[in-house]
Design a protein around this ligand. Sequence first.
Ligand SMILES: NC(=O)c1ccc[n+]([C@@H]2O[C@H](COP(=O)([O-])OP(=O)(O)OC[C@H]3O[C@@H](n4cnc5c(N)ncnc54)[C@H](OP(=O)(O)O)[C@@H]3O)[C@@H](O)[C@H]2O)c1
Length: 259
Amino acid sequence: MGLSSFNTPITGWQDQRIWVIGASSGIGAALARQLLANGARVILSARRTDLLEHVAGAHPRALVATLDVQNTADWLGAYRQIQQRFNGVDLVIFCAAAYRPERSWEVVPEAALQMLAINVGSVYTGLATVLPDMMQRRTGGVALVASVAGYMGLPTASVYGPSKAALINLAEVLYGDLHSLGMNVYLINPGFVETELTQKNDYAMPALQTPDQAALAILHGMKRGQFEIHFPKRFTRVLKLVQCLPYRLRFFLFKRFLA
Ligand SMILES: NC(=O)c1ccc[n+]([C@@H]2O[C@H](COP(=O)([O-])OP(=O)(O)OC[C@H]3O[C@@H](n4cnc5c(N)ncnc54)[C@H](OP(=O)(O)O)[C@@H]3O)[C@@H](O)[C@H]2O)c1
């Protein structure tokens, strides 16, 4: 690999077939809109068909494929639709997630398992759906939208945080496995973005961005062939620094500023 880009830089989105999972709102919807505006063919998936259709806006290069990521049959049905319409997919962006701020003592095990199934388990189903064809073609890409909440254990991210830490780890595994086979793998770690998801937070969110800013940063990072795309840098760099601190110091800071 040398010191060149981690992934093949994307020179243009024209006619690229991009499957956005979680395209009905927030970052996924903004990504879908920007990709369509940039000439890509976009498959929009999530559960709320009405919102997906609204984002797609009867665009001739858009395909709405409703799916619940927890349902394997939905994945297969959506992929069949994609094959019929576009004869395959070049990049899958795993952007769907559930979030609930909760202290560790508030966690209900069944609800925790469901969040893990949506945020992590479903990615395995999606990978099993698309990877065989990509591996045969020796081309394609996958992008996992994790979070800076996966960098370290933060208060109230009792289930969400571990789910995002798992995705960060999985993206590293995927890069090791797939890059040498000609595929691109992206790990996306946003800071705070103003969406339905963060409406659940009752604290001030530093360096809050709009979904459009987030989508722009993601597409920019992909164009440059980055592996980890994290933003906004003024926030994520501080967190990366804290992540390097010894636990004694890190826990002291958390107690002082976050408890
Ligand atoms: N907002 C932030 O500050 C922030 C920060 C770091 C990381 N992220 C990550 O960014 C991604 C997008 O989040 P967002 O902030 O844009 O939140 P959002 O607006 O709530 O979007 C979440 C998306 O996931 C979809 N989804 C949820 N459960 C699903 C299911 N069972 N099946 C199919 N789709 C499902 C939702 O669609 P339906 O409800 O229509 O199914 C929606 O399109 C997530 O992975 C999130 O963890 C967000």
